[in-house]
Design a protein around this ligand. Structure first.
Ligand SMILES: Cc1ncc(COP(=O)(O)O)c(C=O)c1O
Length: 412
């Protein structure tokens, strides 16, 4: 790989796009539809290794998206891969749950101070939806508070956009503004005695927005509001979970949720989500009926166990933070040297770079595209993710290319 600019899309990529257009509506869908954010990022990837991914034309990228969150230890991490291969050798979808699910639940309960039990699902949307069902079962109430613009999954009760959602799907939602406690109190008043749950993300990481860390007073205020109203406090840790703090993203603040939703990084890329909760909610958890054909598959549990075991050794999270800090400092000094005013928001482990005054993210898009053609995969308006596979040398290699990308946008 060189830092010289490559021509936009490769021949295999173009051929795959054409075939996909014939059999997949729109050619692709959802967050991985690259045409929604770039004209040069490849839609198709064939392999990953550590902090590198390779597209269908054999082009390698230094990866700052990490599978859009799941890959926390690096692509094909050796301990996780051998756990997967080992379990595959014994079987995956069996007629009963593998004991490894119990082992993983025990490890989660031992790792997360707010967890007295765990239940498992397949993805983040399942996890947040189950939390809401469980809160309703526990309280006998219907209304759910969510922050304006916050993403909790692509399911009708909380989807932010898309056709096919009817008003009734979201009739029980009441909105508040993130980090605005007064608005949360108004929302709780509006819900009145029917408030079942307050759902909140550990920070504001809405797409097409600068990220915003949580104000600790807001977090404490939501906890107090839930206690006062008898609502269940649900922390949607799907995106941040395990990258910021193994015990839960609000653990450093001393604010413990009643329920947490987990997914993404929980099994270094295998399909798994979890709900953890307090003793007080155990009976409600037992009362709901949730299930799925693949929810008991053993391989993701084995991957989760290997991932969490590795994370608990204590080296991965400091490495991720160190890599993120090196990246942030490098980008700041590069932008300054090019006379460009940038903003870097969110924690260093999950950064986002934006350009001052660039409300439509046009400069960000040009810069992300300039980085992509130079072999760095990052996003113009969705937060990025660092992994434990990012060494200082990798970050320096990324910075070499982003410097050229800054040159490209400062010339245009
Ligand atoms: C905060 C949050 N909640 C829920 C979800 C939904 O997770 P999934 O895409 O695994 O269904 C996401 C996905 O990005 C998320 O970021």
């Amino acid at each position: 790989m060189t830092t010289t600019q490559r021509s936009a899309l490769g021949a295999r990529e173009l051929a795959l796009r054409e075939r996909a257009n014939g059999v997949i509506p729109g050619g692709m869908y959802g967050h991985m539809n690259v045409q929604a954010f770039s004209s040069v990022h490849p839609q198709f990837m064939v392999s990953g290794d550590g902090c590198r991914v390779t597209d269908a034309d054999g082009r390698e990228y230094l990866d700052l998206m990490c599978g859009w969150g799941p890959v926390i230890l690096g692509h094909r991490h050796s301990a996780v891969t051998s756990a997967i291969v080992d379990q595959l050798g014994r079987g995956d979808c069996l007629d009963g749950t593998s004991p490894v699910a119990v082992e993983f639940a025990e490890l989660l309960v031992d790792t997360i101070p707010s967890a007295d039990w765990a239940m498992f699902v397949k993805n983040g949307s399942d996890a947040t939806t189950t939390c809401v069902t469980l809160a309703r079962a526990a309280t006998g109430r219907a209304k759910v508070m969510v922050a304006h613009g916050a993403y909790h999954g692509a399911v009708p009760w909380c989807a932010l956009r898309g056709a096919g959602i009817v008003a009734q799907d979201q009739a029980n939602l009441v909105h508040y503004e993130y980090n605005d406690l007064a608005s949360a109190h108004w929302a709780a008043d509006e819900a009145g005695a029917d408030l079942a749950a307050i759902v909140v993300c550990p920070m504001r990481h809405d797409i097409r927005c600068e990220q915003e860390l949580v104000d600790p007073e807001f977090a404490r205020g939501l906890r107090a509001l839930a206690d006062r109203t008898g609502a269940v406090l649900i922390l949607d840790d799907v995106r941040c979970g395990f990258r910021l703090d193994l015990g839960g993203s609000w653990e450093p603040l001393g604010v413990r949720p009643d329920l947490s939703a987990w997914s993404k990084a929980i099994a270094n890329g295998q399909a798994l989500g979890a709900i953890t909760g307090t003793e007080a909610l155990r009976d409600a958890a037992r009362s709901i009926y949730i299930t799925g054909s693949f929810w008991y598959a053993a391989v993701p549990f084995a991957a989760g166990l290997a991932t969490l075991t590795e994370l608990r050794k204590g080296e991965a999270l400091p490495r991720i933070a160190a890599a993120g800090t090196r990246l942030r400092e490098g980008l700041a000094s590069q932008a300054a040297s090019h006379g460009l005013e940038i903003r870097q928001t969110g924690p260093v482990q999950m950064p986002l770079l934006s350009f001052a005054g660039d409300v439509e993210f046009r400069t960000s898009t040009a810069w992300a595209e300039a980085a992509a053609v130079r072999g760095v995969y990052l996003h113009p308006w969705h937060n990025w993710f660092l992994s434990a596979a990012h060494t200082d040398d990798d970050i320096d290699a990324i910075l070499q290319r982003t410097d050229d990308a800054f040159t490209a946008v400062s010339r245009s």
